[in-house]
Write a protein that binds this ligand. Structure first.
Ligand SMILES: [Zn+2]
Length: 357
């Protein structure tokens, strides 16, 4: 059994380094990694270094936290899994003792140990890794390990959709059709919503949104989205009950403010990296602005939605790279020419050319 890991030695530069195979603790499994999804946060980390820089300048930086594979070994007290099981993991391990954990909101636990960020910057781009049994799930019949690796970003969409109160009968506008916007779209569809409009400026993403089940796709380059949705033929003076900002853009956040109905809700799902001026006078009729962070108890529902075909992650995968080409994968992801048509990239690890057993 050989191990290696892709380490970000400097921004924009990975090195695949040999490593020892970790030994699972009593309640841990050893995971043989098969697929790792490329998250926007990984791509940002590749380009500029981690969002939250490590305290120790010598800290080893790994990337990747959307991961699935096969159980290669189990700790002495593991009961739910056996060697050979296909599994996926929840990459954040909360401390289980703080007030947030105690009240069931472990996604905002300040003591969480989340992969590829502080405190340990442990990345899933490796051949073998250990993980607690409690934060590991079986891949059900009919789901591939590639789909299983995408349960994590899908759960982000599911959590946001549920927090937003999306349900059959909701009228929804999603601003931004990157991975997260498309995940929110599908989460809303899986919850029974039928009337979902999406807005983006990239035609291939709009086409994909329609293929995945959006009722209409509006190109924000050709049409003023506020004028359009506020027109008499659409939502008129009433506005939109539920608006999702999924682009991490100040412009879209301000459009959301102009679109939302009295008493409606704006779900802020995208990461806003700069302050956004908001005209609160426009939303003083009891509008809710709700931010959403990762997911909380959403994996079982998301796994079922994907396994039963209600949530299509497979068709979001536009690029598949082999493990040895991880440098190329991330270089493509930040290439202005190539990145516009990349919705979801995944890295295939075990069994690919150059992979040593
Ligand atoms: Zn906690």
């Amino acid at each position: 059994m050989k191990n290696s890991k892709a380490i970000l030695v400097t921004p924009k530069h990975f090195e695949i380094q040999e490593a020892s195979v970790p030994e699972p603790k009593p309640k841990e499994i050893l995971l043989k990694v098969e697929y790792v999804g490329m998250c926007g946060s990984d791509i940002h980390g590749f380009e500029f270094g981690p969002f939250i820089p490590p305290k120790d300048p010598n800290q080893e930086i790994g990337l990747g936290h959307e991961v699935a594979g096969e159980v290669a070994k189990i700790g002495s007290e593991v009961t739910k899994f056996k060697v050979g099981d296909k599994v996926l993991i929840e990459p954040g391990v909360p401390d289980d003792i703080c007030g947030y954990c105690r009240t069931g909101r472990y996604n905002i636990c300040p003591g969480v140990d989340f992969m590829a960020t502080q405190p340990n910057y442990r990345g899933a781009l490796c051949q073998y890794m250990t993980h607690p049994e409690d934060w590991t799930y079986h891949v059900p019949e009919g789901m591939s390990t590639m789909e299983a690796a995408l349960v994590e970003p899908a759960a982000v969409g599911m959590h946001a959709a549920l927090l937003g109160g999306a349900q059959l009968g909701s009228h929804i506008v999603i601003l931004g059709c990157g991975t997260i916007g498309l995940m929110v779209l599908q989460a809303c569809l899986s919850l029974g919503v039928t009337d979902i409009s999406v807005v983006d400026v990239i035609p291939s993403k709009l086409e994909l949104a329609l293929k995945l089940g959006a009722k209409e796709a509006v190109n924000g380059k050709d049409v003023d989205a506020v004028e359009y949705f506020r027109s008499e033929d659409k939502f008129g003076d009433h506005g939109v009950d539920l608006v999702f900002e999924c682009g991490g853009s100040a412009f879209l956040a301000q459009q959301a403010v102009q679109l939302v109905a009295r008493g409606g809700k704006i779900m802020m799902v995208g990461t806003q990296s700069k302050p956004v001026p908001i005209d609160f006078l426009k939303i003083n009729r009891e509008v809710t602005i709700q931010t959403s962070f990762r997911y909380c108890n959403n994996f079982p529902q998301t796994i079922e939605a994907i396994a039963t075909g209600k949530f299509n992650v497979k068709d979001m995968v536009t690029n598949v790279y082999n493990y040895k080409d991880v440098q190329q994968a991330f270089t493509d992801a930040i290439d202005p020419e190539k990145k516009t048509d990349m919705v979801k990239g995944v890295i295939k690890v075990a069994g690919t050319p150059g992979y040593e057993e």
